[in-house]
Design a protein around this ligand. Structure first.
Ligand code: NDP
Length: 311
């Protein structure tokens, strides 16, 4: 068993690494468990254009390498392990990982982020990796000169659709309402792109065809009339939002009905003293890299002050 750590950070997105930078600079020698998706969601995005300080934009993976290097420069340790159980009932807190290790810590900073949601259609999981994807950046390349559908009307859907036009011959967007949720600039980029066709009031209600072993089309339902039709395509990209990665804490930390961890108003402290939550696992409202980094900073400062008050 290892010594009791002053600070353990779960997750390695903008929130986790920012917490690590601040905690390391406060001499808390943080250990970061990078989790299942090291670098977090930005590693599966293309260009980040809205993070201040990068006027020309930067790729998501490159940005996260910089975050990691900065955290390590001040003495953070980053391990590529994934926590699969926590014990928060008494201190020191205990964190178990899939690698079979147990870590004990005085303060725990949770920055486990969020993961893509799926429509929940029976065929969706069966055809995952066979035409169904939730990451255009990861899988777009496989759809050269193919026809793809993107589900969703938010910034992610617009970004994915625009990105997919680099490969696909036709990109269709199924938007369940008659408006985008996306920001004006992202929406306009889609509307101006001749390769993208937007289908308003349209839900994808089935993925075809499991018997073919790959995506051959989708069933589309008009959300105003319930009329159904099928459309041929080779790929289906889901971009309908995310779910916080917080199952691990169920029963031990307060969360809302979606699973976002609840912290004190305007703070990162949870109801369990010494446990702090930041980034997309706690923020259901802004969900931006820059706000995640901001709350990561806040969590480290709160953890530092809390630790100081214990001694
Ligand atoms: P959002 O929650 O913003 O949008 C989700 C979209 O999916 C909405 O259009 C929603 O429809 C639709 N949707 C949700 N559930 C279903 C369903 N079951 N069937 C069909 N459609 C569904 O999520 P995003 O991932 O797009 O964005 C998350 C955050 O990240 C936002 O704050 C966004 O601004 C930010 N972001 C910024 C980027 C950038 O600036 N470069 C890039 C990507 C994301 P409805 O509108 O009807 O609810």
């Amino acid at each position: 068993m290892t010594d009791v750590l002053k600070t353990l950070i779960l997750g390695s997105g903008p929130a986790g690494y920012t917490a690590a930078i601040y905690a390391a600079r406060a001499n808390l020698a943080p250990l970061v468990l990078a989790g299942q998706q090291p670098g977090g969601q930005l590693t599966i995005t293309s260009d980040v254009e809205n993070y201040p300080g990068f006027p020309e934009g930067i790729t998501g993976p490159e940005m996260m390498e910089k975050f990691k290097a900065q955290a390590e420069r001040f003495g953070s340790t980053v391990l590529f392990e994934h926590a699969d159980a926590v014990e928060l009932g008494s201190r020191p807190f205990r964190v178990h990982t899939t690698a079979g290790n147990e870590y004990r810590c005085e303060a725990l900073i949770i920055s486990t982020g969020a993961s893509a949601t799926y429509l929940g259609l029976p065929n969706e999981q069966a055809l995952q990796g066979r035409g169904v994807s939730a990451c255009a950046t990861c899988d777009g390349f496989f759809f050269k000169n193919k026809v793809v559908y993107v589900v969703g009307g938010g910034d992610s859907a617009c970004e994915e659709a625009s990105f997919l036009t680099k490969f696909a011959s036709e990109v269709h967007m199924a938007v369940r309402r008659d408006v985008f949720r996306a920001s004006k600039i992202m929406a306009q980029r889609v509307l101006d792109n001749p390769k993208i066709t937007v289908h308003w009031n349209t839900a994808v209600t089935d993925v075809l065809d499991v018997s073919a072993g790959k995506v051959t089309g989708v069933e589309l339902t008009d959300t105003t009339t319930d009329a159904k039709r099928t459309a041929a395509c080779d790929g289906l990209f889901l971009a309908i939002g995310h779910k916080p990665n917080t199952e691990l804490f169920r029963g031990q930390l307060e969360m809302d009905e979606v699973g976002y961890l609840i912290t004190k108003p305007g703070r990162t402290a949870t109801a369990v003293p010494g446990v702090f939550a930041c980034g997309d696992c706690q923020d259901s409202f802004y969900r931006q890299a820059v706000t995640a980094a901001g709350t990561g900073c806040a969590a480290a400062i709160e953890a530092e002050r809390w630790l100081e008050a214990q001694h």
